[in-house]
Design a protein around this ligand. Sequence first.
Ligand SMILES: Nc1ncnc2c1ncn2[C@@H]1O[C@H](COP(=O)(O)OP(=O)(O)OP(=O)(O)O)[C@@H](O)[C@H]1O
Length: 692
Amino acid sequence: MSDSDDDEDDDVNAAGAHSIVRAVQRVNASQAPGSQGAAGSGDGVASGVLRLELRDYMEDEELVAGFMGDGDWQLYPWQAECLSLEGVLAGRNLVYSAPTSGGKSLVAEALAVRRLLQTGRTALVVLPYRALCEQKVAHFDRVLGGRWPVKELYGQHGGLDIQGVGVVVCTIEKAHALVQRMLEDDSLHNLGCVVVDELHMVGDEHRGNLLECMLTKIRFKTAKVQEERATAAAAATASQQGTAGASGAGAARSPGSSGGPGLSSPMLSSQAVAGSRSEYEQQVQIIGMSATLPNVGVVARWLDAALYETDYRPVPLAHYVAVGRELFGEDGAVARTLDAPPTWPDMDARDHEKRAGAVAAWLCHETVQGGHSVLMFCNSKNGCQNEARLLAERLDVPERPGPLCEEAARDGAASNREWAVAELRGLSHVNKSAQDLLLQVVPKGVAFHHADLTSEQRSLVERAFACGAVSILAATSTLAAGVNLPVRRVVFRQNYIGTKDCPLDATRYRQMAGRAGRAGIDSQGEAILLGNLTNNLALIREPPAPIHSCLREPDRDHPGRLGMRRIILEAVAVNAVSTTADVERFVKCTLLNASSPDFDTVVKSTQAALQQLFHHRFITWRKPDNVWEVLPLGRASAGTGSVLGPDQALALKAELDRAREGLNLECDLHLLYLVTPLPGPGDKLTNEQWKT
Ligand SMILES: Nc1ncnc2c1ncn2[C@@H]1O[C@H](COP(=O)(O)OP(=O)(O)OP(=O)(O)O)[C@@H](O)[C@H]1O
């Protein structure tokens, strides 16, 4: 989406300018040891003065112009401070946290592009959802202006060949597969940096495991390469000085490197990952950010990263709970009473659900009549469609004021809405039942967005909402993270996802609420929950929970956890680790280790994983070299391109063993049964998968 200007931008800029003054006064030269002291030095800080021009951090005028677009803006002071942290511009890892719409993406993108320019090595940008990937690809295409290819690696898009690519935009799953492949063919050095947006996903019970695996492997590999370099350098120095041996030269060697499968527990050499500017230049720089990461310090320690935290949000966001006609503020007091006329249907109905529907409709009505737009989160795909249908029937939704979008002008449409409807009719790849409903509601300024829409439909809906053709969008939580849309008001139709036993938590709530009041688009934002006052006030006030490693052992609440099994199998499968010392250094690069009170817990979990993998013949211990080696089952489970975790691989192998004893070839049904994908715990096969 474009960073469209509107008439309230001046207020936004004024607010930004105020804090620019404060932040510049706060900063001093000691925060920027890398300073070169001159404008255009590329280090951003000169003589203790914080520089707020993007060109001070990026010497290439074309790229600066790509970022600036048509706008004339400066960095927020916090963005400049963050970029100026010691070593960050030279390639030191960086972890930072700022509220939603705080401007986090710009910092990461500027660093990624700068690194691409300096090193010629590919930047990997990892995002949790496809909708975000689509936006990001379009954005990088604009910024890079064709100088480097931008590769899409999500859904059905893209293979794992990234040679010559400037920026790869991918989902967590694809990033994990790509890094596994790069380790396998020893090409990880072709990555200049990895940007992980929504870094709190590391704690996600379903997908966090993959993120932690990927980042741990990068950390380990970087540390290993640096240790080898340091050892070689020390050996060269020693031989020059005529002294024997290279011991104590900065490469921490763990005792027991040729021993058996036991583990000792000395700490990983911090020298291996600290180092000088030139050492940063060689490593794969990890840049991670989130708006909802309260224990960001632990994560920064894990990634050996510079740390930055701010609570600066350029556009204020207010939170409310609507109960009947009353709107309660965060403090629990009535902020205002909705002045819907007595004729507004069901507004005062006794039935809770009817009343909530009427309040939701009034909240939408108020907003669109003021020339703004509403994002309404619903608990399910059906819920989105029903809500969109009802709102389109009930409300008169005018087009938002604004110019014709580029595509509407190009097609000679009289209005953005006319263009959107024509475009919708012309889509070639659609979900038919959703399409029928979209054709009913879009002409009335309403749409819906969920995972069953095709990417063509989703993209059209997003563009129609961005340009003002549509002003009410009913969506599932997949639209919760990172997407930049012109949303004045977010309404939560329910405070749970799916069913009531899956209530929204504070992290989800904040991500979803944060879609309102985006900088550069609007001057204020509102998030409104419907229903139970006590529960919803608690949700608004609750801070996001700290994240934990998904490599922890399974427990009663999380029986599906894999402990260290998957990560160790993957590392052995690509020969990243083989000796006991390797394993030890590897597990020290995990978040589990960074967040565990003692290393013993990690050692026990590692030993249990090794034993199980050995027992089930995923890996073996080869003598006399005393190394771990992958076996065919392990390779099938954890080699590049495999999506099977060890448990799924075992289940599939058991099925195949059984089939071998009595395969029924009279018809294809048995074969069909065997090749049907195994759903993960709690997953259902989608219609598309069944059709395939
Ligand atoms: N220095 C700046 N001046 C003006 N606008 C900015 C600046 N930095 C970022 N923006 C704009 O602010 C909007 C929000 O920024 P961005 O998407 O980076 O936020 P974010 O912190 O990543 O939010 P989220 O956590 O919700 O993804 C974007 O439209 C972006 O172009």
